[in-house]
Ligand binder design. Structure first.
Ligand code: C5P
Length: 435
């Protein structure tokens, strides 16, 4: 993705050839994943890049300057107070002489300091002093990654134009499971290559403008601050359930309706947390976006975002996940492999029945028949306050138009055919009336 955008860099077919002859300033932070930075250095050198390594004080607890310097074939910088460098304005030059700054691993602490403009060691000073593009590759414990403070910092960094990759999901060194693992080295290489492309080409490849992502939060439109002081949570898009490292089960949800609702909530003055599955949509102005991949990531991110005043669960969450294979399943003589499915958590139902239940819980129901009866049953089963029901038999997925019914204990209202933006505006008005 682009600078300041979210993070699925692997989707862009950037060729590593762009890396050749470039200078990468590599900041290695302190974390168990620091050893993978050594592998990254090897790959960068193999691709013909020059690597200028910077090791933080905590990074040096995990890898040695000796091994980093040997692989990079360059002197490792560790301290701001290197007099020789300071005499020649070393850190300013250092930060500007590179084509790209890569922070790998980017720890929660280093991201927090960068997000708040601190300059209390060499790494943070370089990040503050630079006008060179910055790519951060986070790695940390799953709770630390999902913590609202880290997510705020990530959103801030992305808003400032830094590319922050989403960490991978999996078993962690600390024994937990979830998002937080350092991206695989080939994915980091693809992201580096992508960030070295000229901005114009990158925009063409990714299909939307860098500038869009840098739009500052819009103040609520005048007279439309009805939700000021309210916190709204929106889920949107599909989820992807990994079959093996290269395949997944997904669905056709585009995320457009959920993003339109998040945008309308922000325009009405609400604080909005948008938890988005894998979609290629720009973040609406003023919205804090958390990108997730699987239903379980989404459930954890929703849990971490509570309490809120209103939850609007628009995401098309996969009902089942697959028992994921650790390596790519090969075609063999034994015929097609069996996929063992396990039921995913029902996020809407757990939010509506949980201790932190928002005052207003709204679900969506995509149905292909018996719309009102199905939605009414869903309202009771999930303990939601309202269900927005839509008939998806006529190609709503990915379209800009929608035809919904609002189903509540009071009955069903037909809202007629409307654009997704109109549905969003009407829903937000109803939410403001109800709260
Ligand atoms: O049961 P069904 O998938 O039709 O319900 C749709 C509603 O429930 C949507 O609001 C969707 O976001 C939510 N949902 C969920 N977690 C699931 C399945 C659906 O939050 N695992």
């Amino acid at each position: 993705m682009t600078n300041g955008g979210d993070s699925r860099s692997g989707v862009v077919a950037a060729t590593p050839a762009v890396v050749q002859g470039k200078t990468i300033l590599l900041i290695v932070g302190g974390g168990i994943a620091a050893f993978k930075a050594l592998e990254l250095v090897r790959e960068l050198r193999r691709a013909g890049a020059r690597v200028t390594p910077v090791l933080t004080e905590n990074g040096a607890r995990f890898v040695t300057a000796l091994s980093l310097g040997a692989l990079a074939e360059a002197r490792v910088r560790t301290s701001l107070w290197d007099l020789e460098d300071e005499a020649s304005m070393g850190h300013i030059q250092l930060s500007r002489s590179a084509d790209l700054i890569v922070v790998c691993p980017a720890t929660a602490d280093l991201m927090a300091r960068a997000a708040t403009g601190q300059a209390n060691d060499l790494a943070s000073t370089l990040l503050l002093a630079t006008d060179t593009p910055v790519l951060m590759v986070p790695a940390m414990n799953v709770r630390m990654w999902l913590h609202p403070a880290t997510q705020r910092n990530v959103a801030q960094l992305r808003g400032d134009g830094v590319t922050v990759l989403d960490p991978d999901e999996g078993d962690m060194a600390c024994g937990e499971f979830g998002p937080g693992r350092l991206s695989a080295v080939p994915a980091i290489m693809a992201a580096i290559a992508e960030n070295l492309l000229p901005a114009r080409l990158r925009e063409e490849l990714v299909g939307f403008s860098v500038a869009q992502d840098r739009t500052p939060p819009a103040p609520p439109a005048s007279g439309r601050g009805e939700l000021k002081g309210r916190h709204a949570l929106v889920t949107a898009g599909p989820t992807h359930e990994a079959i093996d490292p290269v395949r997944y089960i997904g669905n056709h949800s585009s995320g457009k309706q959920g993003f339109a609702i998040a945008a309308a909530l922000a325009a009405a003055g609400a604080r909005v947390t948008l938890i988005a599955g894998p979609v290629a949509l720009p973040t609406p102005p003023g919205v804090t976006r958390i990108d997730v991949t699987s239903a379980r990531d989404m459930a954890a991110a929703v849990d971490a975002a509570l309490p809120v005043d209103v939850a609007i669960m628009v995401a098309a969450v996969a009902d089942w996940r697959v028992e994921t294979a650790g390596s790519k399943i090969k075609k063999g003589s034994g015929g097609p492999p069996a996929l063992h499915l396990t039921e995913n958590p029902d996020i809407l139902a757990s939010v509506a029945s949980g201790a932190n239940r928002p005052r207003l819980v709204i679900g969506f129901a995509a149905e292909t028949g018996n719309l009102i009866a199905q939605a009414t049953a869903k309202l009771a089963r999930k303990r939601a306050d309202w269900i927005i029901a839509n008939d998806v038999s006529q190609g709503v997925f990915g379209a800009d138009a929608n035809h919904v019914h609002l189903v509540s204990a009071a009955g069903a209202e037909d809202w007629g055919a409307a654009s997704k933006a109109e549905v969003a505006a009407r829903l937000v008005q109803r939410i403001a009336d109800a709260l």
